[in-house]
Design a protein. Structure first.
Ligand SMILES: Cc1ncc(COP(=O)(O)O)c(C=O)c1O
Length: 392
């Protein structure tokens, strides 16, 4: 048995979601675009899933465009808006994205910059929260951005952003806002209308649904250029025969997430607090973004002198799955761009470990992690390594 504490990477499929999907991987088949009864049947399932996903974030079903996941939805938002603007204006524009965004926002933004767009990055404070003053000054500048993309909650630290406040400022300047709510949805209440954003990204496999389904929610005030061309599915925004089983699963997972939100939140929060109480015993441990409002399930911490990748592997050998914040290459690791943006030193950032709790995580699993960490901290080999690092 493993202690799985990597729910921000992906969640296990909820057995109730699997049950809902199974008929669509067997007896119920059809192409939702077909006019005959098979087509109508799966079209009905697609419509229901659209309602379930919309309900999770208080949106209207017509505002939901299904995609293959969060990555595609973020690409559709950034490239879709940029391409549409370029097509109507004939010139390159300007984007503002968060410095702590997921690579599937940062990379499409980088692509636009190589295509001649001006791309700016909104920084964060030491607790990983977007800098509202800096945001105001970017928007007050003579050439404000054409689109802002700022995530609702960060996947590494769990820091929840003041999105409603940021989008209210953007609205005063008539600047549209996209938010990546991939990590927030299913963990905290998310309301598309109340947040005042124009576009929002969701992903199924972060909330106990299957891999390979996601959505872009759009208030439809922005023109988006499709990134996949073909049969005109999803109202022309995303061609490709719909992955019905995955979308049905996404819908079922969204409905359960909404029904069980309070209870999941309380459960995960209690376990997160238990973990943080345990970590607080050790002066070598720093919990990142601890003073920020955070997702109830996420704890990212560094251990002085203990390389994150090594800790991760040692925990894995003891049956504990967590993640580290660094991007690994063949011969070296880069510190997390999120921690770097927060002003964390490279040395400390390279020790980062993220534990992300799930709805089925138990106290015993948290205690298991704490026990193994204690062994690692008391291991003379680790202390020797730590001493070497601090001398270096
Ligand atoms: C904040 C954030 N956005 C987007 C994604 C990508 O979502 P998907 O795996 O569905 O493509 C992830 C996945 O790790 C994420 O954490």
């Amino acid at each position: 048995m493993t202690t799985y504490l990597d729910h921000n990477a992906t969640t296990p499929l909820d057995p109730r979601v699997r049950e809902a999907m199974l008929p669509y991987m067997g007896e119920l088949y059809g192409n939702a675009s077909s006019v005959h009864r098979h087509g109508r049947l799966v079209r009905g399932a697609l419509d229901r899933a659209r309602e379930q996903v919309a309900a999770l974030v208080g949106a209207h079903p017509s505002q939901v465009t299904f995609t293959s996941g969060g990555t595609e939805a973020n690409n559709l938002a950034i490239k879709g808006v940029s391409d549409a603007l370029r097509a109507t204006r004939g010139t390159e524009g300007r984007l503002l994205v968060g410095a702590i965004e997921h690579p599937c926002v940062l990379d499409p933004a980088d692509l636009q910059s190589r295509l001649g767009w001006q791309v700016d990055y909104l920084g964060v404070d030491q607790q990983g929260r977007f800098d509202i003053k800096a945001f105001e000054s970017v928007l007050n500048a003579s050439n404000p951005p054409d689109l802002v993309s700022l995530m609702l909650a960060n996947n590494e630290t769990g820091a929840i952003q003041p999105l409603a406040e940021l989008s209210a400022i953007a609205r005063q300047h008539h600047v549209p806002v996209h938010t990546d709510a991939t990590q927030a949805a299913g963990k905290i209440p998310v309301d598309f209308e109340a947040l005042g954003v124009h576009l929002m990204t969701l992903s199924s496999h972060k909330l106990y649904g299957p891999l390979g389904a996601g959505a872009l929610i759009s208030d439809k005030t922005l023109t988006l250029s499709p990134q996949l061309h073909g049969g005109g599915h999803e109202r022309g925004l995303r061609s490709g025969t719909e992955n019905i089983a995955a979308i049905v699963g996404f819908g079922a997972a969204a409905e359960l997430a909404l029904q069980e939100l309070d209870q999941r939140h309380a459960h995960m929060r209690a376990l997160r607090d238990r973990l943080e109480r345990g970590l607080a015993q050790w002066p070598q441990v720093t919990v990142f973004a601890q003073a920020a409002e955070r997702l109830p399930n996420t704890v990212q911490f560094g251990i002085d002198g203990m390389h994150g990748e090594t800790t991760l592997m040692k925990l894995d050998m003891k049956g504990i799955a967590v993640s580290s914040g660094s991007a690994c290459h063949a011969d070296h690791a880069d510190p997390s761009h999120v921690l770097t943006a927060m002003g964390v030193s490279a040395d400390l950032a390279l020790t980062a470990i993220r534990a992300s709790i799930g709805k089925e995580t138990t106290e015993a699993e948290i205690d298991h992690l704490l026990r193994v960490l204690e062994q690692l901290l008391n291991d003379p080999l680790n202390s020797a390594a730590a001493a070497r690092v601090s001398q270096a």
